[in-house]
Design a protein around this ligand. Structure first.
Ligand code: SF4
Length: 229
C-alpha cells in the first residue's frame, strides 16, 4: 500500500490564542519547522518566520541550517526574518554553564535568549502571538521550552506565547516525512559548541567517527554508502 503524501493529510484547523491570524514563528531549523509551517499554512494562518539562533556553532553549521530554512520558506512564499547571529552574546550568557547537561540550565538560558528576541520583535512589529518549532523535537523538554516562551512573552502586554503541542496528531511523524520529502540537511547535534563536544564524546565512546558537518541529508544515502569508502 502506498503511503499518503503528507500534503494530503487532513489536519484539524488550528486557531492561535485569542483568534489571532498573525503569528511570529521562531524557527530553529528546517526539519523542526517543516511540519509547523505546513500545519499553519493548512489553517490559513498568516505567519512570518523569525530565525534567531546565535547558539549554533560553528558558522558553517549555522549557515547550512539557515539556508535550508530559507529555501523552504521561499518554496511556500512565507516571509523570513533573518535576525542577528550575535554569538558573542550567546557565549557571554553561557559562561559558567559549559558543562551543563542538555535540558539543564544552559538550555534554559539558550531558549530564554531566543524567545526574548522573538518576543521583542513581535512587540515592535505588531505580532500578537509568538510560537516556536523548538518543542517538536522529541529530544527537547517541552515544559522547559514553554516556560521560556511564556516568560519572554510576559514582558509585553500585547504578545502571547502559543504553547501548541506540534508533536501531537501525528506531527512528529510528519516532521520526519517532510524532512525526507524535502531532503533537508540533517544536523546531528543540538547546535552549540558544547552539544557538539558532548555528542562527539558519546560517539567516540561508541566507537563511531566524529560528526562531519555538512554531510547528512534526510532521504539521501550517507556519504560512505555512496562512495564506497
Ligand atoms: S544543547 Fe541545544 S538548547 Fe542546550 S544550550 Fe546547546 S544549543 Fe542551546
Amino acid at each position: 500500500m502506498t503511503k499518503p503524501d503528507v500534503t494530503d493529510i487532513v489536519r484539524p484547523t488550528l486557531v492561535p490564542p485569542n483568534g489571532a491570524t498573525k503569528v511570529l514563528l521562531h524557527s530553529c531549523c528546517a526539519p523542526c519547522s517543516g511540519e509547523v509551517m505546513e500545519a499553519m499554512l493548512a489553517s490559513g494562518i498568516d505567519y512570518t518566520i523569525f530565525f534567531y539562533n546565535p547558539n549554533i556553532h560553528p558558522v558553517r553549521e549555522y549557515l547550512l541550517r539557515k539556508e535550508e530554512n530559507v529555501r523552504f520558506a521561499e518554496k511556500h512564499g512565507v516571509a523570513f526574518v533573518d535576525a542577528d547571529y550575535d554569538k558573542d552574546n550567546w557565549f557571554a550568557r553561557a559562561k559558567g554553564m559549559e558543562w551543563e547537561p542538555e535540558r539543564g540550565a544552559r538550555c534554559t538560558m539558550c531558549f530564554d535568549m531566543r524567545f526574548e528576541r522573538t518576543a521583542l520583535y513581535a512587540h515592535e512589529h505588531g505580532f500578537p502571538v509568538i510560537t516556536s518549532s523548538l518543542g517538536i523535537s522529541r529530544w527537547k523538554n517541552m515544559a522547559q521550552i514553554n516556560d521560556c516562551g511564556v516568560r519572554a512573552a510576559g514582558r509585553y502586554p500585547d504578545v502571547v506565547y502559543w504553547d501548541y503541542n506540534w508533536r501531537k496528531g501525528g506531527g512528529s511523524a510528519r516532521m520526519i516525512e517532510i524532512s525526507k520529502r524535502e531532503q533537508f540537511y540533517q544536523q546531528e547535534y543540538c547546535g552549540c559548541v558544547y552539544s557538539l563536544r558532548d555528542t562527539n564524546l558519546h560517539r567516540r565512546n561508541q566507537g563511531r567517527d566524529a560528526i562531519a558537518i555538512g554531510t547528512q541529508y534526510y532521504g539521501r544515502p550517507a556519504p560512505d554508502e555512496t562512495s564506497g569508502t
